[in-house]
Design a protein around this ligand. Structure first.
Ligand code: DGL
Length: 275
């Protein structure tokens, strides 16, 4: 039996935090990652634009014959997941629902905080997902756009990061949340400082780890999980030149990249694979 790969996409390098968890949970699986580095960030863009990008990427990855698609980008999950699930012929997993389910399960006080990009927070996707599970949970949200460049710059444990986290998270702290969802691909890199600011009484929920567990469950149920003695190969596609992706991505993946190929995804361009 020829085993197909898991497809994963993000606006850029951030989704490598999800890929890292997927490789950790299923080292036997082949993966194909697409980072839309020419058009990042998604977090500041309109839902219409992000949906258009997500459709192009979904079509590209399905054309590579993947068995399941992971929308690693929280912003893209928030606005395009249902559309991709309807339109694509394979299971499509987003990061919002797994993170929301975990938060609903761990909160004791019934007060959950969610942080993410402007696009994710404005969509209310996390709030809706948590309330679908338990309508009594109070969800308090906050946009933390500056966390994205801080994580990319590797400024995850210095005074600038500490100050930024203090300002962004003050409101959530005052509202007494006991659980905080890291609703953006980049935020797991800032977990240390976010945890420090929120204090030991607050559980941080990492959507990336929850999503990897969900992917494993789905593949197991469908009989599509590769035998565990295999070792997976990992391929990378980006829409801008690969150099920046590799440099910054090393911080996110914490490991070696194989080949990274540059492709074009504009409406008219052929979908090639130049390195
Ligand atoms: N990947 C995005 C997310 O998880 C963060 C970066 C961006 O704004 O594109 O929402």
């Amino acid at each position: 039996m020829a085993w197909k790969a898991i497809g994963i996409f993000d606006s850029g390098v951030g989704g490598l935090t999800v890929l890292r968890e997927i490789i950790g949970a299923m080292p036997q699986e082949d993966t194909i990652y697409l980072g839309d580095t020419a058009r990042v960030p998604y977090g500041t863009k309109s839902p219409e634009t992000v949906i258009r990008f997500a459709r192009q990427i979904g079509a590209f990855l399905v054309s590579r014959d993947i068995k399941l698609l992971v929308v690693a980008c929280n912003t893209a999950s928030a606005v395009s997941l249902e559309i991709l699930q309807e339109e694509l012929p394979i299971p499509v997993v987003g990061v919002i629902e797994p993170g929301a389910a975990r938060a609903a399960a761990v909160t004791r006080s019934g007060r959950v905080g969610v942080i993410g990009t402007a696009g994710t927070i404005r969509s209310s996707a996390y709030t809706k997902a948590i309330k679908r599970i338990n309508p009594d949970i109070e969800v308090i949200t906050g946009e933390c756009p500056m966390f994205v460049p801080l994580a990319e710059e590797g400024w995850v444990d210095n005074e600038v990061a500490r100050l930024t986290a203090g300002i962004y998270l003050q409101g959530l702290k005052e509202k007494g949340v006991d659980t905080l969802v890291l609703g953006c691909t980049h935020y797991p890199l800032l977990k240390g400082i976010i945890g420090e600011v929120m204090g030991p009484g607050v559980t941080l929920v990492d959507s990336a780890a929850e999503t990897a567990a969900r992917v494993r469950e789905i593949l197991e149920t469908r009989g599509e999980l590769r035998p565990s003695q295999e070792s997976g190969n990992h391929h990378f596609f980006v829409t801008d030149v690969p150099a920046g992706f590799i440099r910054i991505g090393n911080r996110f993946l914490g490991g070696d990249f194989g080949d990274v190929y540059q492709i074009r995804l504009d409406d008219e361009a052929p979908q090639g694979g130049d390195k």
